[in-house]
Write a protein that binds this ligand. Structure first.
Ligand code: PMP
Length: 390
């Protein structure tokens, strides 16, 4: 049996390319912004997680450039040993203060943050209770942890209670949920999750990858949005979305952060965030603090697009976030619509199984505080044109 047989049998990519509908790995010929150049053409970007529009902010770029000059291109080691910069500590302190938590630690990516937290905090004797639509990194973290993972139906609080009531009393329990679900764009029911956690003696962890800079008046995320900052035990997030960089963080109590810092293998055995990325995230965080109006603008532009899509009968899924899924249901149709939109100068992300359930394929559109109404009008017009033909 040749180990590589599965690769030889993997023909879906070849077939999609031959049919001219392969939708992945399209290269940008410019930086990430509300408009980019792809295949030599001006393209409106509505598939980015650059929620606050800070990837192209001159202050963020300058901060990254200065850090590159001062500290060089990489850290050549783990945070645990030689790879800690004063810049990492500053970023962690600022984040802890911003998020109203005692302590914070950073990881090299958001994906690694979930792996690093969950695998350290939950072990063989523990239960991790997951929303079915949690991010892939949470599921992989559960596997790495050796804990028992149980799932509840998406955002279904009766099902969460059922699952919790079946976990033995003498086991440690961690409820993990996305704050804003990455594909569907819904907000989790944090008030009820917190209530149930108290009732059943569970700890609560929220993945705020899509909520930092998005939810709450000051952009502090899901817990701020619900006024529950003291009730969430662990907040994690990433620098790859609102904070225009790469990396991730966990904010929690001093004891929990100290424990994870000294026991988490994805943290200890991996190099730290490069200087330019740490400086970019720190600068973006300061801009978020100083310009909370960006959060408001993000919602205004998303609401405007939602209205345009609704008025034009584009089959959107109603959300209250800058993630607006547009239902296409079938995989091939999803790819065709993405291709046609790209031809028209609009980039969107195709989402098919396993990222969403079979038959629920969609186009995930996402918006940026610096998008203009004109860009939204142009994009909506293209949606109408493409949806009327496909
Ligand atoms: N959690 C969620 C909910 C996400 O959507 C993502 C990224 N798509 C991650 C974690 C991982 O973050 P990163 O891309 O920064 O590694």
């Amino acid at each position: 049996m040749d180990l590589f047989q599965k690769c030889f049998d993997y023909t879906a990519v070849k077939e999609a390319k031959a049919a001219g509908i392969y939708p992945y790995f399209h290269a940008l010929e410019t930086g990430q912004d509300t408009e980019v150049v792809m295949e030599g053409r001006r393209t409106i970007m509505i598939g980015s997680n650059n929620y606050l529009g800070l990837t192209s902010d001159p202050r963020v770029i300058e901060a990254a450039r200065k850090a590159l000059e001062k500290y060089g291109s990489g850290c050549s080691g783990s945070r645990f040993l030689n790879g800690t910069l004063d810049l990492h500590l500053e970023l962690e302190n600022q984040l802890a203060e911003f998020l109203h938590k005692e302590a914070c630690m950073t990881f090299s990516t958001g994906f690694q943050t979930n792996l690093g937290i969950i695998s350290a905090i939950a072990g063989r004797n523990d239960y991790i209770i997951c929303d079915k639509e949690n991010h892939a990194s949470i599921y992989d973290a559960c596997r790495l942890s050796y804990a028992t993972m149980v799932r509840y139906k998406h955002n279904d609080m009766a099902d969460l209670e059922r699952v919790l009531s079946e976990v033995p009393d003498n086991k440690g329990k961690l409820i993990v949920t996305d704050g804003v679900f990455s594909m569907g764009g819904e907000i989790c029911n944090l008030p009820r999750i917190v209530e149930l956690a108290k009732k059943y003696g569970a700890r609560v962890m929220v993945d705020d990858a899509h909520a930092l800079g998005v939810l709450g008046e000051k952009g502090r995320g899901t817990a701020e949005y619900f006024g529950l900052e003291d009730e969430v035990d662990i907040i994690m997030g990433t620098f790859s979305k609102s904070l225009a960089s790469l990396g991730g963080y966990m904010a929690a109590s001093e004891e929990v952060v100290t424990y994870v810092k000294h026991t988490s293998r994805p943290f200890i055995f991996s190099a730290s965030i490069p200087p330019a990325n740490a400086a970019a995230a720190l600068c973006a965080l300061n801009i978020l603090k100083e310009e909370p109006e960006r959060v408001k603008k993000l919602h205004e532009i998303s609401d405007y697009m939602r209205k345009l899509l609704r008025e034009n009968n584009i089959p959107l899924k109603e959300t209250e976030t800058p993630i607006i899924p547009i239902m296409t249901y079938e995989d091939i149709r999803t790819f065709v619509i993405c291709r046609e939109l790209l031809k028209e100068g609009v980039y969107v992300n195709p989402v098919i199984s396993p990222a969403v359930p079979q038959g629920q394929s969609m186009i995930r559109t996402s918006y940026t505080a610096t998008h203009t109404k004109e860009q939204m009008e142009e994009a909506a017009e293209k949606f109408v044109k493409v949806f009327s033909n496909f």
